[in-house]
Write a protein that binds this ligand. Sequence first.
Ligand SMILES: C[S@@+](CC[C@H](N)C(=O)[O-])C[C@H]1O[C@@H](n2cnc3c(N)ncnc32)[C@H](O)[C@@H]1O
Length: 194
Amino acid sequence: MQESECVFIQQGYDSLAKQFAQLHILEVGLGTGLNCLLTLKRSILWKNNVHYTAIEPYPLSTEEWGSLNYPHVISGQHTNESFSLIHNSEFGKEIALTSNFKLIKYHDTIQAVDLPDEMYHLVYFDAFGPQVQPELWTLDVFEKVARSMQTGGVLVTYSAKGSVKRALKACGFVLEHPAGPPGKREMTRAVKGS
Ligand SMILES: C[S@@+](CC[C@H](N)C(=O)[O-])C[C@H]1O[C@@H](n2cnc3c(N)ncnc32)[C@H](O)[C@@H]1O
């Protein structure tokens, strides 16, 4: 939770929330739905309209997500209901978690999914690390993601590995390396250049 708050919410969402009343967000790796849930809470605080697209090829089973205690530790009026909706909603169909927060999930890989051009203001690149899934941290994948982003859009990831930095730079991103969550010296905040 500390990592999500630092990398994706503070360095990602909070950095753009004032600038854009409406935000299109892409998440690579929905996983437990934690980033989505934290973003929903933040969107209520900042009063943004959010369109959240999440890619996940291996969705959690009902037993797996049902055993997570996020709705208890993340306070909020509709947290429980929203957390269930994040996992139970149909793939490929947009749903409203609140009147200002729309979610669409794709049961697919980032390599195979179709992405629109120049759509996203913010990308949560939350795949497993480059050591575990090197095929996701490639020039091809970053180029595809970059094409789907607006100029000035921001990609955030906890990785600050040399090969990841080089691949992002080669795709035209301008890199910043703020301090990461406790235990991680730096993370990467990549801004799409023109
Ligand atoms: C670190 S976890 C994501 C955690 C998640 N963002 C959260 O808030 O709980 C990485 C996720 O990437 C997913 N993944 C694996 N291969 C992928 C691929 N080719 N494309 C997109 N996501 C992938 C995994 O199934 C896993 O759920």
